[in-house]
Design a protein around this ligand. Structure first.
Ligand code: UD2
Ligand code: MN
Length: 468
């Protein structure tokens, strides 16, 4: 009962979290090569933690981990921003609890603002040179702060993120990352983790490494630089896209971004999404694309099909970009994120569907090795049903290719010249013919198997496909 209530309210195992001490000890996860003494004088930082209906134990464990593992002289204050929480434990009880903690202040928004405006509000209360943001379910480990501050001391235009370790949402075990990953995204503009490209990898895995984007929740930034680039777009609602807004403009407007492997902070990654955002998230993405992506916004629009939403007025944000003389999105792609594929070789794109409104659907995620392909009713919103048919005869979903080998139809990593990934779309018959086996893609949704299969070609409704 109790356990289920925790999952329902917080989308993690609150019951277990409550059993763990608020100031639990954690091992030192740093690589032995990480410096422990810093010669440069480091600037002071304030830590901002915004929360909406966070559980008591996760919120306070975050606070205690900061207090316990941050050298006194480097911490200006911890600012908790309550973003319209309704749960009773976050009212007087929280006020009283933190009232006796030195350096911790609590401010409350007058209404639910969403994490973006809540963070901006927190920033107004900062007077240290560096601001650090943490989610309200984190744990900082030994030596987490200094290597972040060191980078900013060296250059105030570097925005730094720690290595984000996993705190298991079920057991609350702290699981340190074995390999450093960097951030990225596909044309859907959702943040993804990426392996470090080989050319950046030089046996110095403990050194700060540049990243095209950050996950968004845990990072340090110079207050002056944050102000200069216009904080966040304050018309963003509730959750989402602010991480890429910050990433794009940091790079395009004269700064850079790094992941700092020597700094370890744990975060509870939830298994399900806890908010009702309505269509506000889409609004954020549209504002992001409109302001920062120039002509490349079209790839995002292709990717979301017919989804549209009123995104309000973006002229102020465009003026800001103008005023700062930021570089183009093209520059960013070329110099910072060349790994993002630009689809210049696309013959046709959209849904791949039959005449009865059934679409090829694949929910493969960028880090997955393989994905299945299933027949689902078409929804028209791109996403898992957005495909591209390319000049080299591949059928792609983001960076994955439709592959047929050993009787298995899967989405796999695209490989150069892989014959198993070649398909011919025949204009006359509307067949999608697999080059190697000469067989055809078939929709068995209405037959026995309810699957997408590959079969001998014949003139049949189940082998007729439309790409649109
Ligand atoms: C990730 C980021 C998160 C944010 C988000 C995109 C990490 C680890 N987390 O999702 O910080 O960048 O992507 O927007 O990188 N909150 C509010 N008001 C709200 C909703 C949330 O204050 O209306 C708080 C929430 O309590 C938490 C923080 O904002 O402390 C981030 O929210 P999340 O933990 O639900 O986001 P997450 O980790 O799924
Ligand atoms: Mn979070």
């Amino acid at each position: 009962m109790e356990v289920r209530k925790g999952w329902r309210e917080h989308h993690f195992n609150q019951f277990v979290s409550d059993l763990i001490p608020l100031d639990r000890k954690l091992p030192d996860f740093r690589d032995t090569r990480c410096p422990q003494i810093f010669s440069r004088s480091l600037p002071k930082a304030s830590v901002i933690i915004t929360f909406h209906n966070e559980a008591w134990s996760t919120l306070l464990r975050t606070v205690h981990s900061v207090i316990n593992r941050t050298p006194e002289h480097l911490l200006e204050k911890i600012i908790l921003v309550d973003d319209g929480s309704t749960m009773p434990h976050l009212k007087d009880r929280l006020g009283e609890y933190i009232g006796v903690l030195a350096k911790v202040t609590l401010i409350r928004t007058t209404r639910r603002e969403g994490l973006i405006r809540a963070r901006i509000l927190g920033t107004k209360h900062v007077d240290s040179p560096v601001v650090i943001f943490l989610d309200s379910h984190c744990e900082c480990t030994e030596g987490w702060l200094e290597p972040l501050l060191e980078r900013i001391a060296e250059d105030f235009t570097i925005v730094v993120s720690p290595t984000i370790d996993h705190i298991d949402a079920n057991t609350f075990e702290y699981i340190a990352q074995k390999y450093v990953q960097i951030g990225g995204f596909n044309w859907d503009l959702k943040f993804i983790w990426r392996h470090i490209p080989k050319h950046k990898f030089q046996g110095n895995e403990y050194k700060p490494i540049t990243t095209p984007a950050i996950a968004g929740g845990l990072f340090a930034i110079s207050l002056e630089f944050f102000k200069k680039i216009g904080y966040y777009d304050d018309s963003f609602e509730i959750w989402g896209a602010e991480n890429l807004e910050l990433s794009f403009k940091t790079w395009m407007c004269g700064g850079s971004m790094e992941i700092v492997p020597c700094s370890h902070v744990g975060h509870v990654f939830r298994k399900s999404f806890p908010y009702k955002t309505g269509r506000s998230m889409l609004k954020n993405y549209l504002r992001l694309a409109e302001v920062w992506m120039d002509d490349y916004a079209k790839y995002f629009y292709q990717r979301i099909g017919d989804l549209r939403e009123d995104f309000g007025d973006v002229s102020e944000r465009k003026e800001l970009r103008e005023k700062l003389q930021c570089k183009s999105f093209e520059w960013y792609l070329k110099n910072v994120y060349p790994e993002l594929e630009i689809h210049t070789n696309v013959l046709q794109y959209g849904q791949i569907h039959d005449t009865r409104g059934i679409c090829l659907d694949s929910s493969v995620r960028p880090m997955d090795m393989l994905g299945t392909v299933d027949p689902k009713p078409c929804h028209g919103h791109g996403g898992n049903q957005f495909w591209q048919y390319t000049t080299d005869r591949r059928i792609k979903r983001d960076d994955k290719c439709l592959d047929y080998s050993f009787d298995a139809l899967l989405l796999t990593n695209c490989r150069v010249n892989a014959e198993t990934q070649k398909w011919i779309f025949e204009n006359k018959t509307k067949h999608l013919r697999h080059v190697l086996t000469k067989n055809c893609l078939k929709n068995a949704y209405f037959n026995d198997s309810r699957r997408i299969t590959v079969d001998k070609c014949y003139e049949e409704q189940s082998q007729v496909w439309i790409i649109s």
